[in-house]
Write a protein that binds this ligand. Sequence first.
Ligand code: APR
Length: 273
Amino acid sequence: MFELTPELARSLDEAAALILRSKHVVALAGAGLSVESGIPPFRGPGGLWTKYGEPTNLSYREFIRDPGEWWEARFRNEDRPGDPTYELKVAVDQARPNPGHHALVEMEAMGLLKCVVTQNVDNLHREAGSRSLLEIHGNRTWLRCVGCGDRQPREGYHFDSLPPLCAQCGGVIKMDTVMFGEPIPEDVLLASREQAESSDCMLLVGTSGTVNPAARLPLVAKELGASLIEINPDETTLTPWCDITLRGPSGELLPLLVKRLKNGGAAKPAGRA
Ligand code: APR
């Protein structure tokens, strides 16, 4: 159960003051942000990979070897209980944005958050209303052409023949979600790196900091003088580089942070007991 200790309250005050002093705040979001939407993380307690083991780095190679077979297998086994992707699919299908997603949207609307770089493919940032968003691992509700990179919403796409082929270039179409072993699309990778290089404060929200290139972004920012604020119930590999650590769930902490930002950094509006 979440408890706002005096020490955590002080750290929240510090974090709010730091954000208010910063010019280009960027958030790097991970699976932990969506845990309070009912989506299991990958690592740590209740993590999918904790339960089923990390997938091999071969997924993309298997897809490229025979995209038709990959798509046929996908349609054949769409609902395969006991499979990590099935468990994730059920959870994501039912998930809605939580107060953590909405708090990031509020910070953006207040002009205090320039961009969210997310590792999550669950589309919850878009549903919550984030506008400046980079989905470094793709988005499960989109398709992408392996040839020209053209992206389109999956909804309404007719899989008349398999593998689906790009109307633009005739290339093979895959899910937009980046597979293990697949290079991150160049455009989103460059944009994410630019955000890290431009930021003077980076929020690390619900990420274990274990998967590159995303996990390197905070270190790029730090090397260029940015401050790091970690929002996570647990320690991570990035904790040693963080200036402020807010130990707790993002769905609770981010709204408390926004409240302080609205009050100019204080927990309560000035002049009120
Ligand atoms: N609020 C904030 N953080 C939380 C919460 C919560 N309520 N619950 C758990 N966490 C933290 C965990 O402590 C952990 O540090 O979220 C983090 C989740 O880590 P991972 O499961 O490794 O997720 P992530 O860092 O996003 O993984 C990166 O790995 O498998 C790939 O493609 C996958 O995008 C994913 C990438």
